[in-house]
Design a protein around this ligand. Structure first.
Ligand code: GLY
Ligand code: MN
Length: 494
């Protein structure tokens, strides 16, 4: 179906705009006869209270400034079809809303604090035909919340987003001395409107970019420590992800008969049924593809006797994602060399997880895991010792390739723009959630390792929350130790 089908009948009537090809009789028919479906008496969602607290923290950090946090707009995929919409993470974090074309504006108040206004697309207009003739009309894309409904559920003042750019421009014209910051890269229309309204931005674009970046850096810092509600979302994401991994093991025979794509589709089905989507492109890497860190083409064969590295996470309906990796023997049992490599990664992960606790440096878990891997590489004769020198020169990195983990939350690589002092050079606090994901990768064409190692890649990844005492592995329900993985696979495959 496309818009043509709506107007392909040569009928008499107004011949311009939305109404081309619509008879006056049809126009009159489509305007009337619709029930009032407005929902009344809606209660604020559980999330709305948390979102209000986050806005309060943001308001306190940017006293006297205007802050603009857009959700983003639809992106065309091909001709007149769009990618599935996902709002910017910071917007969802501050509002609990997930709709396109929306924007949160915090306007500074004279006596301190901010007023918060959420600009949203309202229900479609039935008087001008928009609701059935426009590609984004509700008849095509589904019912939207009315502004009143959204306001009640999100516990925030709402206005029509089509007026947002003009209202921002007017506010700037009224008080040009008030500093404005916008969260960039999500809404080119609003950014252009802001630039047009704000002469200082045009005069010094670099300074404006830096000014805006501070808003992002602050938000990513704020997001480092998860509140209770967020930890619950991550638990739900992990629980659905565990189901997805179980589905994949159950369907391995289908994957062997087809390709890695079967695994991708199997996991995605679970993500769509239990959550919003996958939180990132699933890495379904069989055999030597496991040595490619972000193998997302997923178009290769799945062969008995080889390993399958599956790195995948379900994103909840609230947009929080798990990020879990298991490396599974396709035929159900590790070979001797596969187990040797797997056990080394497992031991490194154990050391990494043990180093996650409040007061530890964020880098500690990485150092602990890399120490184990370097020791093992030297013990196997793949690197010449001493281990200390290997670590100092970073020689092990030929086989370990990546950092041992990252923060996790509403983005899979969460809080990426937080200040180094708060994140990578910072200290862990209760409520932080991170992955622990060491790996060993021996490329198929690596002539420096014995042939039996070539083409083997192993990563084990879990999602860990820092607690007041130490940590909790949120993904502990998915077996990790080699013998437990084998037993789990046996049970699922019957
Ligand atoms: N799960 C993919 C990554 O952490 O890069
Ligand atoms: Mn990860």
């Amino acid at each position: 179906m496309d818009a043509q089908q709506k107007t392909d009948r040569p009928v008499k009537g107004r011949k311009n705009g939305l109404y081309a090809g619509v008879s006056d009789e049809l126009d009159a028919s489509m305007r009337s006869g619709w029930a009032d479906t407005e929902r009344h008496g809606l209660e604020p969602s559980e999330q709305s209270g948390y979102a209000a607290k986050r806005r309060k923290a943001l308001s306190a950090a940017f006293a006297g400034e205007r802050l603009i946090i857009p959700a983003g707009r639809l992106k065309p995929r091909s001709n007149d079809t769009d990618y599935a919409f996902r709002p910017s993470s910071d917007y969802a974090y501050l509002t609990g809303d997930q709709t396109d074309n929306s924007v949160l504006v915090l306007e500074p108040l004279a006596n301190g604090g901010h007023s918060a206004v959420l600009y949203l697309l309202p229900r479609s207009n039935r008087e001008n035909g928009e609701f059935w003739l426009d590609g984004q009309g509700e008849l095509w894309v589904g019912r939207r919340r009315s502004l009143a409904e959204a306001g009640a559920e999100l516990a925030i003042e709402t206005r029509d987003s089509r007026t947002a750019a003009d209202e921002i421009a007017m506010a700037i014209a009224d008080a040009p001395e008030v500093s404005t910051r916008i969260l960039r890269t999500h809404d080119a229309v609003l950014e252009a409107a802001l630039e047009a309204a704000d002469a200082a931005r045009r005069q010094n674009p670099e300074q404006a970019a830096e000014h805006d970046q501070r808003l992002k850096v602050f938000l990513h810092g704020l997001r480092l420590v998860k509140d209770d509600w967020e930890v619950e979302q991550l638990r739900a994401a992990v629980a659905a992800t565990v189901h997805g991994f179980e589905d994949v093991v159950r369907e391995l025979a289908w994957a062997i008969a087809t390709s890695e794509r079967w695994i991708e589709g199997t996991f995605w089905r679970r993500a769509r049924v239990e959550g919003n989507d996958v939180g990132y492109s699933s890495i379904c890497a069989a055999g030597p593809h496991a040595t490619t860190l972000h193998w997302v083409r997923n178009d290769g064969p799945v062969r008995p006797g080889e390993l399958l590295l599956l790195d995948a996470g379900v994103e909840t309906h609230t947009l929080y994602t798990a990020d879990v990796t298991r490396t599974l023997p396709v035929s159900g049992e590790f070979s001797e060399v596969q187990r040797r490599i797997y056990d080394a990664v497992y031991d490194a992960q154990e050391a990494g997880i043990a180093a996650v606790r409040p007061g530890a440096r964020f880098r500690d878990f990485h150092d602990a895991a890399q120490q184990v891997l370097a020791e093992r590489l030297v013990a196997w004769g793949l690197l010449e010792g001493p281990v200390e020198l290997v670590l100092e020169l970073g020689l092990h990195r030929r086989f370990t390739l990546h950092g041992t983990g990252h923060m996790l939350g509403i983005d899979v690589h969460d809080c990426a723009d937080a200040r180094c002092a708060e994140y990578v050079d910072g200290v862990l606090e209760p409520g932080m959630v991170q992955t622990v994901e060491p790996g060993l990768y021996f490329q198929a064409d690596d002539l420096t390792v014995p042939e039996e190692y070539r083409g083997i890649g192993v990563r084990i990844e879990d999602d860990v929350v820092v607690t007041t005492e130490g940590n909790e592995n949120l993904s502990a329900a998915l077996p990790r130790r080699a013998d437990e993985v084998e037993a789990w696979m046996r049970t699922l495959r019957g």
